[in-house]
Design a protein around this ligand. Structure first.
Ligand code: CMP
Length: 139
């Protein structure tokens, strides 16, 4: 059964460019409620662990280096059909292919520096939320 939560990160490129407010506005505007949120910075080891599923991909090293290059904002979001609707809201991984009005079309720079992360399944949403937030931090 689908859950009503997903997990997101505002990535280092978007934090650096002061896009946190603009991105959160779009997230709230799409009907998501923020149930947990944290401004933090990942070590290379933590970024490597978070993206472990991509460890065999050619871009893994670049991804880990980039995701630990500056602060990020991590959040758990709540809404009906949270995971699928959020993927639609953020748009394609490559901003050049992201539909107009999506977060990546508005704020992303490239396939790697793509402004936001969004969970790809309910199972990963739970795993990723648990990675950043303890039980008392995610009511
Ligand atoms: P994200 O949704 O966080 O999940 C995996 C990330 O890997 C993705 O966003 C991109 O930031 C990154 N990524 C995916 N494809 C590429 C690529 N071809 N080159 C560099 N980074 C990529």
């Amino acid at each position: 059964m689908a859950t009503n939560r997903t997990f997101t990160m505002v990535k280092p490129d978007a934090v650096e460019k002061n896009y946190i407010g603009g991105i959160l506005e779009k997230i709230n505007g799409a009907g998501y409620r923020i149930v947990a949120m944290k401004y933090t910075r990942l070590s290379a080891e933590q970024a490597g662990k978070f993206y472990e599923v991509h460890s065999e991909r050619p871009f893994y090293g670049e991804l880990v280096e980039y995701m630990s290059s500056g602060p990020i904002v991590a959040a758990i979001l709540e809404k009906d059909n949270a995971v699928a609707d959020f993927r639609t809201l953020i748009g394609a991984t490559d901003p050049a292919e992201a539909a107009e009005g999506t977060i990546r079309a508005a704020f992303a720079e490239s396939k790697a520096k793509n402004a936001v992360h969004g969970s790809d399944s309910d199972e990963n949403a739970a795993i990723e939320g648990n990675f950043f937030f303890s039980q008392v931090e995610r009511p």
